[in-house]
Design a protein around this ligand. Structure first.
Ligand code: URA
Length: 234
């Protein structure tokens, strides 16, 4: 296996970030500086910054994130994190981010390469949100959400938006986006005059939460992992 693939499988970095580590001469193989074309086998000793790294079995976990939990490995404010919730023998890291008050589907993995691809906008991974907004969105507002909203970091890509329920004060929109910008849904809704009261991600890259209560998690099935790989051309 090539050195960058080995580092990705060891959970150190995505292949691209692994190339950076190799370029910076931070990786050694059997005591010699690793090169881009170095091939690594089971008996080779690979070190990054002098620390031994080994290929780990890959794990993929789907968490139903509850509100009040932060999407990070370590919170300086000491709040509970998604990594604390998933008491897995292998340290799995979140793919992308849900806000502290957002609930729903969050993937965690030690497969740095797949995580990198899933987060990359070129693959257009679908994320389906139930968005409870204050007000009753007009057809024009829904059309604007679908066609693209000008945000300070650029126009949003085409999305799907439909009304699930109209209420006297709060309505529910199902919004499917194919990007993962910071606070994208809340910013899109704010731009069309709809304050978000609650945000729940019902589906991520085809993964559903069926049977998982808030705070519960499960391993993905081999078919689900294969489907993620297919989606990202891995
Ligand atoms: N968009 C948001 O605004 N917040 C999230 O947590 C996810 C998507």
């Amino acid at each position: 296996m090539r050195l960058n693939a080995f580092l990705a499988r060891a959970g150190v970095a995505s292949r691209r970030s692994a190339d950076e580590l190799i370029r910076e001469r931070r990786v050694t193989v059997n005591g010699e500086a690793g090169e881009f074309n170095t091939v690594v086998g089971a008996d080779d000793v690979v070190e990054v910054d002098g620390q031994r790294v080994e290929v780990q079995p890959l794990h993929y976990v789907l968490l139903n994130k509850p509100s009040g939990v932060v999407t990070t490995a370590d919170d300086p404010q000491g709040r509970p994190t998604v990594v604390d919730l998933v008491s897995h023998a292998t340290r799995v890291m979140p793919v992308g981010r849900l806000d502290v008050d957002t609930t729903g589907a969050l993937l965690l993995t030690n497969d740095g390469e797949l995580a990198h691809r899933l987060a990359h906008p070129s693959f257009g991974v679908p994320k389906v949100y139930d968005v409870d907004v204050v007000g009753s969105p007009s057809p024009d507002v829904l059309a604007a959400l679908r066609s693209g909203i000008d945000l300070e970091d650029g126009r949003t890509a085409p999305a799907e938006a439909r009304i699930v329920r109209r209420g006297t004060r709060v309505s529910r929109i199902e919004l499917t986006i194919h990007e993962g910008r910071n606070q994208q849904v809340k910013r899109m809704c704010a731009a069309v005059g709809l304050p978000v009261e609650h945000l729940h991600r019902r589906r991520y890259a085809g993964l559903r939460l069926v049977g998982l209560d808030p705070g519960q998690w499960r391993e993905l099935t081999p078919d689900e992992v294969a489907s993620l790989r297919h989606t990202t051309g891995s």
